[in-house]
Design a protein around this ligand. Structure first.
Ligand SMILES: Nc1ncnc2c1ncn2[C@@H]1O[C@H](COP(=O)(O)OP(=O)(O)OP(=O)(O)O)[C@@H](O)[C@H]1O
Length: 625
């Protein structure tokens, strides 16, 4: 969500650098419309023609100014155009379509209800379904209009689906897989949809096909009436987006948000990207050093590629008194939502997440195929991964300061989506990738993609500066000793236990969420966090073991944290010093932080003078839009 009123973001002074405008129509598609170049001036929500009720609602949520993609897309959508909008992660695409969508429905509110929803928002995962539903619900509530939104997912019992649709909602948020299921169960009537449907949104369009929804989407498109306005939102370009564009849209306006003067920057440049070279075996040691010596800023999202690795890491870190929670596609949906909400609410600082389902499934299968132990595990747990699970893509994790790639993602787009979980809204963040020799291939691919064709030598992902080899080595003995104690059996048991607990919880959570959708306090996920006290020699690392440079870096991170009011504060995020001044920094707006060369002795997540800069509070050079 946006900042509260009077947040540091509102105080920052305009910087000399110009905000790059969202570039107007990039290309003409199938005879699509070409927009006129507009003069480069930031527009307010009023100037975009938004209804005052929406503007008031946004203001109550502390959202005062439209982001570039919102400035560009909203007028076209209000005009009734089909739109393809591509803008980087965290740039505010959800409101870019929800605001005009709601405004269009405002004029119908109060009229006779239609037999089927007139707006469909299709997203690739349940997590996103929940997120978009929450967003649209608060807007409706704050605008006090007679509109109703519901969310449906494939796992819902038919009776629940019927109940949800009984109130004749105008807006349906769902996944593509759910719609054919609704047809088959007689919950939705294709003919009624053809009559009612006015707006169809495909959110995270770059992922819809990769999640295997092509057939589902075809069955939806066959009933989409010609008059229906179609919107396609995406963070990256891909052949899938092109395919969808041809499948569903009519002469769309294609908007590409280009923030750099001449090249696209898929990762917000207010995210500092680092890497550490280490062997696969030394990854545990390195992540221990990062977390235990506190040289990276909390909250921290750690990505691993397999569920077992997640549990191994969790058990390993627990022995050092570092408590983590786990999020993966094996957990029941209610538990996942609860963990996400708790993490977003700041109830814990470290979350270990697997990538989206496809990747995890592949890995688990590969592992099971050539590993008897793996096969045994699979039989025992029968892990059923949720086909609609998607942690990485599009989920708006709140105030994540650091993303750690414990395992490297398998593709460039995987990397972009992972890193996009930090540096969202007006915050800044950093990422640290642990790269083993086996992963150098994909790492090089990512680096050259980020650097772009003309700028191959530019160093976008730089060596992590705040951890010396000595500091890492000082922990080696302890790390190796503890790693040995985290056996396959311990991992298997922990995973099975976790799953059992969550299945039991899930039922309680279900009724709880129904009764109190916003209440987070019924069930704490304490069981995810071990109650076994770590032994003191592992919990407390003696100061003499850590060299002066790393100690200094850690001190800086703590100072920055204190300046932000600690991680549990609901206010600012960030606290990073920018690596270099660049146009097109913030995904929501361009800003130019006051950054000199980073890294000498200072920890990641603070200014060189030691004063923390919380997402703009100390960063007086941030540009206001
Ligand atoms: N105009 C605005 N001002 C301040 N905050 C905003 C504004 N618009 C959106 N936000 C906030 O920015 C965050 C990111 O928005 P959103 O999730 O829509 O990004 P996105 O572009 O869809 O990212 P992704 O591609 O990862 O899904 C959200 O917390 C949202 O509430």
């Amino acid at each position: 969500m946006g900042k509260a009123k009077g947040s540091p973001v509102d105080d920052v002074k305009p910087e000399v650098e110009e905000v790059e405008k969202a570039e107007e129509v990039e290309e003409q598609s199938n005879g699509g419309e070409v927009a006129e170049e507009e003069e480069e001036k930031d527009k307010s929500f009023e100037e975009l023609g938004l209804d005052p009720r929406l503007i008031r609602a946004l203001s109550k949520k502390g959202i005062e100014k439209p982001t570039p993609i919102q400035q560009t897309a909203i007028p076209y959508i209000l005009e009734g155009k089909d739109v393809v909008a591509r803008a980087k992660t965290g740039s505010g695409k959800t409101l870019a379509y929800l605001l005009p969508l709601l405004q269009k429905l405002f004029s119908d509110s109060g009229r006779k209800k239609k037999p089927a929803p007139c707006a469909f928002v299709l997203v690739p995962s349940r997590e996103l379904c929940q997120q978009v539903y929450t967003e649209v619900s608060w807007l409706i509530e704050l605008c006090r209009v007679q509109l109703k939104a519901v969310q449906l997912t494939s796992s819902m019992p038919v009776s629940d689906m019927r109940n949800a649709l009984a109130g004749l909602p105008e807006i349906l948020v769902t996944t593509p897989a759910c719609i054919p299921k609704c047809f088959a169960d007689g919950v939705l009537d294709p003919a009624a949809i053809s009559d009612s449907l006015e707006i169809l949104v495909l959110d995270e369009a770059d992922l819809l096909l990769s999640y295997g929804y092509e057939d589902n989407l075809r069955s939806v498109t066959s009933i989409v009436p010609r008059r229906c306005q179609c919107l396609l939102m995406s963070a990256t370009t891909s052949t899938d987006v092109e395919k969808l564009k041809k499948l569903i849209l009519h002469n769309p306006v294609v908007l590409t948000l280009q923030e750099g003067a001449d090249k696209e920057e898929p990762v917000p440049s207010n995210v500092q990207q680092f890497w550490i070279s280490c062997s696969a075996q030394d990854k545990l040691l390195n992540i221990l050093a990062l977390l235990k010596l506190e040289v990276v800023q909390k909250k921290i999202l750690i990505f691993i590629n397999t569920i077992d690795m997640g549990f191994k890491l969790k058990l390993f870190l627990e022995k050092f008194g570092i408590k983590t929670a786990i999020l993966n596609g094996e957990l029941p949906q209610n538990s996942r939502l609860h963990i996400l909400e708790q993490f977003n609410a700041g109830l814990f600082d470290y979350l270990i997440a697997t990538d989206d389902n496809n990747q995890t499934k592949e890995k688990e299968e590969v592992k099971g195929d050539d590993n008897k132990e793996g096969k045994k595990n699979k039989r025992r747990f029968k892990p059923k991964l949720d086909a609609e699970f998607g942690v990485v893509r599009g989920i708006d994790f709140k105030k994540v300061h650091t993303v750690i790639n414990y395992d490297m993602p398998q593709s460039v787009s995987g990397y972009i989506h992972r890193i996009g979980r930090t540096g969202r809204a007006y915050s800044s963040g950093s990422s640290v990738s642990l790269v083993s020799p086996d992963e150098m291939g994909v790492f090089e691919e990512i680096k050259s993609f980020l650097a772009g064709e003309e700028d191959k030598d530019s160093d976008i992902i730089t060596p992590f500066p705040s951890l010396t080899e000595n500091a890492v080595e000082s922990l080696r003995y302890r790390a190796e000793d503890v790693a040995k104690s985290v056996t396959k059996i311990a991992i298997r048991e922990s995973r099975a236990q976790d799953l059992r607990n969550e299945i039991i919880n899930s039922e309680k959570l279900k009724s709880h969420f129904e009764a109190n959708p916003r209440d987070l306090d019924l069930l704490k996920h304490d069981k995810l966090l071990s109650k076994t006290a770590p032994s003191p020699h592992l919990r407390d690392i003696p100061e003499y073991l850590v060299d002066a440079k790393t100690q200094e870096a850690s001190k800086m991170v703590k100072l920055a944290r204190a300046a932000m009011g600690g991680s549990r504060r609901t206010g600012g995020a960030g606290g990073q010093k920018k690596k270099r001044s660049r146009k097109g920094g913030d995904p929501l707006k361009t800003f130019n932080a006051n950054g000199s060369k980073r890294g000498h002795g200072g920890g990641v997540g603070q200014k060189k003078d030691g004063k923390g800069s919380s997402d703009g509070s100390a960063n007086k050079k941030q540009k206001t839009v």
